[in-house]
Design a protein around this ligand. Structure first.
Ligand SMILES: [Zn+2]
Ligand SMILES: [Zn+2]
Length: 134
């Protein structure tokens, strides 16, 4: 004679039971993760701290009278062109830092498929070029 408990155990081990147990586990884990993300004050403070710090990015000013290059500190959600820290015009574009260890200079990023560092003439192949075009 199967007891009441045996019946439930059989049901849990069956295909429907396994599915229900799986959903309950997913809900529990998902709830725990959501609690951790939304309720943890440390996590929130960390997100705020990173947001306020902004990000550092190589830039090249497109203003011909300026032409400054360097590292710019921009807001977390900043869009380009950003304000050039030298001439204060909104002409600072994303720069490219030369990977040549003896150069390391920053110059304006090119959308050409092949471009050269204007300082050391190192050749670069732009794998991103043309990818967004239809
Ligand atoms: Zn400038
Ligand atoms: Zn270079």
């Amino acid at each position: 004679m199967a007891s009441e408990g045996g019946g439930i155990r059989e049901w849990i081990n069956g295909p429907v039971g396994k599915w229900v147990v799986g959903v309950v586990v997913v809900l529990l884990v998902g709830g725990a993760v959501a609690m951790w993300v939304f309720r943890s004050p440390g996590q929130q403070a960390e997100v705020e701290r990173v947001k306020q710090m902004g990000r550092k990015h190589p830039y090249a000013c497109l203003n011909k009278d300026c032409g400054a290059t360097g590292i710019i500190q921009v807001a977390w959600d900043a869009t380009y062109p950003a304000e050039c820290p030298v001439c204060h015009r909104k002409q600072a574009m994303t720069g490219f830092k030369c990977v040549n260890p003896s150069c390391g200079k920053i110059f304006a990023q090119s959308d050409k498929s092949v471009f050269f560092c204007p300082y050391c003439n190192k050749k670069y192949t732009n794998i991103m070029a043309g990818q967004n075009r239809p």
